[in-house]
Design a binder for this molecule. Sequence first.
Ligand code: M6R
Length: 364
Amino acid sequence: EKGGFDHFMLKEIADQPQAIADTLLGRLTDNGIALDEVRLSDQDLRDVEKVFIVACGTAYHSGMVAKYAIEHWTRIPCEVELASEFRYRDPILDRSTLVIAISQSGETMDTLMALRHAKQQNARVLAICNTNGSTIPRESDAVLYTHGGPEIAVASTKAFLTQLVACYLIGLYLAQVRGIMYPDEVGAVVRQLQQTPDLLRGLLDQMDPVRKLSRDLASARQVLFIGRHVGYPVALEGALKLKELAYMHAEGFAAGELKHGPIALIDDGTPVICVVPSSAMHDKVVSNIQEVRARGARTIVIAEEGDESVEAYADDVIRVPRVPTLLAPLMTTVPLQILACEIATARGYDVDQPRNLAKSVTVE
Ligand code: M6R
């Protein structure tokens, strides 16, 4: 069943190009997005004045990325919130609020309770879910399924990437229906999305440097992750993977926050994994990396192909294909998944069944 891989997690990482292709299948046209299956009328979507995304863990990280994309493409205010916090602060919700609940399993109790709360307040609820007929989509007004196939490993990998794809589709669809983006603008992003499975296949073939690196990092006392913009949720996701699989102290930070406290954690040789964007943020992140290096950090840089500036400040470089900024998490997350998996293996832990964790958390 593991298809020749040692762990389900490795198989599921390798499945990601196909999972993305399957999630896109039938939903793209030459000049836009076709989401007829989502049972919200175009009028409902035009009436949306505010978007809330609720989710837990890895799914929450996909929601953080989605916020950047949805606000950029639609200009609708969008907030992301941990499902376990959402209802306790009495959020302001009404008929014009779209609540997007993201869940691989569709059974996460915190997310379910958040969506029930949203429905009681008359908000419309759209689920992004990987499990057909599970509770969260059943209780939602509408659902967009990710077609990732069953995810067995406790650590979420292909669910994350397909959740990102589903979020992009919803963001673009909202922009299309509301006339915020022209069809050719939507079409341009659609074509870029269509290329991602092939780019990801190429990336997966080049992960030997990550495997080598994992042997070095297996004995580190802590590993820090930094990123900005959509690289920030990727940093959080990289740290979560390392915590849950390798039981190491790992933290993700928004790179701009370092100087407000976390930089004190850095001493000689502390590994800092840096997600570098190609966008407007590039030079800012580079100066954040120089700051940590000046304090002794070992800088492990995830940079796009063609970005030659890295040689000046990187102790190790991991290359990923160049894609538009908002889509970059589809690439930059993958080396971090492999790194966590390999470090856990090097430390002798059960990758598919980490201690203290369940695949689906059905209690609050
Ligand atoms: O099934 P869900 O997507 O609702 O699960 C949410 C989290 O429990 C889940 O993503 C968890 O954080 C993963 N184990 C992370 O790898």
